[in-house]
Design a protein around this ligand. Structure first.
Ligand code: ADP
Ligand code: MG
Length: 352
């Protein structure tokens, strides 16, 4: 007799499963949720004077994750991180999530609980509540599509299209870690000696499997109107900078030496015979924030960085669109930014 945590999905059925999820992870009532899971649609109170933010992000087994390397808890956690990061990149406050899940019948109730536990672990940290979803069997592989709702003050919205020539480019945290972590767990770097750098490799793997969205930081920048444009790093710095610049109709130069690269990523690159600058430019899914700051806002930003010890690095400058996207090196030489980042229809599977 299987334990209740390990029951096959057929023993519960679709509706039994939804009831279980609603009971364990769903949100009902409170001042804002008029109707949670259980009706044809959730009903939430809207707040006058605020803009509603809505976004969806999908994770597909063997495209975005591989269950040989990631646990279902990790998968749920990352689904939450990717969605929360999109709200962060708008300068917004996340409020509600809906989870559409397609799952093969070989999985058990325990597997689904683990997925939702990981998902709610990060959502709960930001008081984001589960108010609905959809459930389907899947002939092959898990697919989860998360929708997120949030709000933003109309005049504080961070957009991709506000960068102007002369604005400075800033990046939060470090970039390249997630890709290094992915390469590590996929074991494709057989020259990398895990026993030599255990703490560093654990750090990189965690950065890949359990990324942190930059919500507080983005909210701070948005409230103070310090950023003229922003985007989160999901496809990779070079690719996401490309999105920001195309939307803003500008170009940019990035200083290779200024790129914030963790010591863990550097030692990985060294051991694996890779260029850390390439990892930083091309690695996706760091969920850091890339944003532009007008010259006149820089003193306020500097004060904010000092007061809150913000992990921000100035990495370059916005230029005229005719300059394109360039990387500048210590010796003064320039080169065009490599065209990179993940494109689902142009590359083999297994990354962002
Ligand atoms: P419908 O047939 O109208 O789509 P469902 O039976 O799919 O209704 O869903 C019933 C309720 O359960 C709805 O409130 C829906 O949002 C919620 N729900 C369904 N699947 C999930 C899920 N995987 N996670 C969270 N909520 C879900
Ligand atoms: Mg449905």
């Amino acid at each position: 007799m299987p334990s209740p945590r390990q029951r096959p999905l057929s023993s519960l059925g679709e509706f039994g499963l939804i009831e279980r999820l609603a009971r364990r992870f769903g949100s009902v009532g409170g001042p804002t949720i008029v109707r949670g899971i259980g009706d044809d649609a959730a009903v939430v109170r809207s707040v006058p004077g605020r803009h509603l933010l809505a976004s969806t992000d999908m994770l597909v087994e063997d495209v975005h994750f591989d269950l040989r390397y990631a646990s279902l808890f990790d998968v749920g956690y990352r689904a939450a991180a990717a969605n929360l990061s999109d709200i962060a990149a708008m300068g917004g406050f996340p409020e509600y999530v809906l989870m559409a899940l397609a799952i093969p019948q070989v999985h058990t109730t325990h597997d689904i609980d683990q997925l939702y536990r990981g998902f709610m672990a990060l959502c709960g940290k930001y008081h984001v509540r589960l108010i609905g979803g959809d459930t389907s069997s899947s002939p092959q592989g898990i697919c989860l599509a998360v929708s997120i709702l949030g709000h933003v003050a109309p005049h504080s919205t961070l957009r991709r299209d506000g960068a102007k020539v002369g604005d400075q480019l800033y990046l939060s945290g470090t970039v390249g870690d997630s890709l290094a972590g992915l390469l590590l767990i996929m074991g494709s770097e057989d020259r990398f000696d895990r026993s030599l750098a255990d703490r560093a490799s654990r750090h990189l793997i965690k950065r890949h499997l359990r990324p942190t969205p930059r919500l507080e930081l983005a909210q701070l920048l948005a409230a103070r109107h310090l950023a003229s444009a922003a985007i989160d790093i999901s496809d990779g710095l070079s690719s996401d900078l490309g999105h920001l610049c195309r939307n803003s109709k500008v170009g940019a130069v990035i200083h290779a030496d200024a790129l914030p690269i963790s010591s863990a990523c550097r030692s990985f690159a060294l051991a694996a015979g890779k260029n850390p600058v390439e990892l930083a430019l091309q690695g996706g899914e760091d969920f850091e924030l890339l944003f532009t700051v007008p010259q006149q806002a820089r003193p306020s930003l500097d004060r904010l960085i000092q007061r809150h010890r913000l992990p921000l690095t100035r990495i370059g400058t916005i230029q005229d669109a005719r300059q394109g996207l360039r990387v500048k090196f210590k010796d003064g030489s320039h080169r065009q930014m490599p065209k990179s980042g993940f494109d689902h229809f142009r590359q083999p599977a297994m990354t962002s």
